[in-house]
Ligand binder design. Structure first.
Ligand code: DON
Length: 567
């Protein structure tokens, strides 16, 4: 039976039953501005981005300045010791995607996180000097400014606001103070982190405490003065390499000198009159979002209500299949032949949904211990648009919250623990419970697979929605649901961001749902179909912008600290 017909039959049954969730009680309002807008995790950083654009800078200048500001004001994910991905649609239509993802050091090897019996050494890929990939953020932010900036903003202007915040300090928000306090044990294990994140007087951090990072200010000064060499050579490189050597890490001068960001082809797709432009490998995000939209496009999905059993079931079945493909096919395309064209084709989607049963869950047949996130993970996404219409989406990460928890002592910044995003052993889940095999095995100089999904949706060829999120594997399904809420369900952008989400990913074979995402009756019906549920928790933090007939609508995600500043 054709998919649409099969679906229509089931839908008729489900609509007739009281399974559908109540619609959102009232519309939440985004922040409006006629020209420029920044939405990110920190008000200080958002203000810095807006100020750069007021001074005549464009969205790329702003994105570079916000990136450095977040390294100071949002240290759990904003970084110079990590990496990120950027996707932009320029005024005029050119698409740019920059990969400044971390790389495995040249001395990395496939089994570096295994003991002599071939078992994974617990924690080694997350909390050790070996956990870090070669950082890409400084190179990436520099390239954004140099290659796409307005030409009117000096490099020093990009760095100065961040240097001031690090040097003079800034008052901690309640969320940041709480986040520091929750991780005192993690910081206590590292001398450099202890100096910065544990108060000298031993009392817990409180909202309003002024937080200084003087070593970081010095490092940012070197970057302001020497550009790339302020990080990848000279004093900063000495501090990184010496500490790595002394603590069992493998990052060398050669790794730092040789790091460079790469422009990648974007992944594109069409969905119900919109064009999706997203990030390709080494991200899995764009491929999966386009693949899932194509699969959903096989069904009359616009007639379904978010939160209903039918909708959650269909999304779960689609997500299960996409994540199974991720584990098999996705990795750094410089090292692995990723079949992007096939995975994102509508023919493939048509074949892939053929075995979706509409009245029961397909079990994710292979049973494996699900890896619950042992640490609260963190990444951060920001969206920027300037008065000319350049639209920029950037997601940056240290992987876990505060990365490996290891600070390069004397340089004042946290190192990532991104090596855990590789498949450290085939079939062994990473921090986010996702597995992989050869496609994402560790190789020297290779980039670890990411779920980061900076995405821009075009309507009538113009940037319409700028989206992205943190959340490990849930990034991909968060971006998917924001797109669906806008393109199918007629929500305004703030409601589209706020609406409760659900997520599944092949393994663990369960649906993770935020409170309110699925009504009680729908949940009972889904359980009857064979779906299991994970412990609920918050999913993602999608800091999005919608451009509606020229007006910029900033939608900070209320799940986490966030701010929208426009003019
Ligand atoms: O690149 C990735 O897929 C992960 N390192 C992202 C980590 C993340 O999103 C954590 N955020 N909450």
């Amino acid at each position: 039976m054709p998919n649409a017909a099969r679906y229509a039959r089931l839908f008729a049954v489900l609509v007739a039953s009281p399974l559908l969730m109540a619609p959102l009680a009232h519309a939440a309002e985004p922040v409006r501005a006629p020209g420029a807008m920044v939405v990110c995790a920190s008000r200080e950083a958002a203000q810095i981005g807006a100020d750069i654009m007021r001074q005549g800078g464009n969205a790329f200048d702003a994105a570079a300045a916000i990136g450095f500001a977040l390294a100071v004001t949002w240290p759990e994910a904003g970084n110079i010791g990590g990496g990120g991905l950027m996707l932009a649609v320029k005024a005029g239509g050119d698409v740019v995607t920059l990969d400044f993802r971390e790389k495995a050091p040249l001395l990395a090897d496939r089994d570096m996180f295994l003991d002599t019996s071939g078992n994974v050494v617990e924690g080694l890929s997350l909390r050790s000097a070996l956990a870090s990939g070669v950082p890409g953020s400084v190179d990436g932010l520099l390239m954004l400014w140099r290659d796409h900036g307005s030409g009117t903003i000096e490099w020093q202007q990009i760095l100065v606001p961040a240097i001031q915040l690090a040097q003079d300090g800034f008052p901690l928000s309640e969320e940041l103070a709480a986040s520091f306090n929750e991780r005192q044990d993690k910081f206590a294990k590292d001398p450099g982190a202890s100096k910065i994140f544990i108060r000298a007087d031993g009392r817990p951090w409180a909202a309003g405490d002024r937080f200084h990072q003087r070593d970081l200010a010095q490092t940012l000064q070197r970057i302001a003065r020497d550009g790339r060499d302020g990080f990848y050579a000279g004093d900063t490189a000495d501090l990184i390499v010496q500490q790595q050597a002394a603590t069992g890490g493998r990052i060398s001068y050669e790794d730092l000198r040789g790091y460079s960001s790469i422009y990648r082809p974007a992944v594109t797709g069409e969905f119900r009159g919109h064009t999706i432009v997203s990030m390709g490998p080494p991200s899995s995000g764009g491929v999966l979002v386009v693949q899932m939209l194509n699969m959903l496009g096989e069904f009359p999905v616009e007639s379904m209500t978010p939160g209903s059993a039918a909708y959650v079931h269909l999304l779960t079945e689609v997500q299960r299949r996409a994540f199974a493909d991720r584990a098999e096919h996705l990795g750094d395309s410089d090292f692995w032949d990723v079949p992007v064209a096939r995975l994102t084709s509508t023919t493939y989607a048509h074949e892939r949904v053929a075995d979706i049963a509409l009245d029961r869950a397909t079990p994710s047949t292979q049973v494996r211990a699900g890896a619950a996130a042992a640490e609260s993970p963190n990444t951060t996404h920001y969206s920027v648009v300037d008065p000319k219409g350049n639209a920029v989406a950037v997601t940056v990460t240290l992987n876990a919250s505060f990365g490996s928890g290891i600070v390069i002592d004397g340089a004042g910044f946290l190192m990532n623990n991104e090596m855990d995003d590789f498949s450290v052993k085939p079939g062994v889940p990473n921090l986010y419970g996702v597995t992989g095999g050869d496609a994402n095995a560790i190789e020297p100089g290779k980039r670890m697979l990411s779920s980061m999904t900076p995405t821009i949706v075009l309507k009538d060829g113009q940037p319409y929605l700028i989206a992205g999120s943190p959340g490990g594997a849930t990034i991909i399904t968060t971006v998917l649901q924001v797109i669906l809420n806008i393109t199918l369900h007629g929500m305004n952008i703030q409601d589209a961001v706020n609406a409760p989400r659900h997520h599944s990913q092949w393994f663990p074979d369960s649906i993770l749902a935020e409170p309110g995402a699925i009504g009680d009756d729908a949940r009972t019906e889904l359980e009857r179909m064979g779906h299991a549920f994970a412990e609920p928790r918050k999913i993602g933090a999608a800091n999005c912008i919608l451009i509606d007939n020229g007006t910029r609508l900033g939608a900070p995600d209320p799940r986490r600290q966030s701010a929208a500043v426009g003019f």
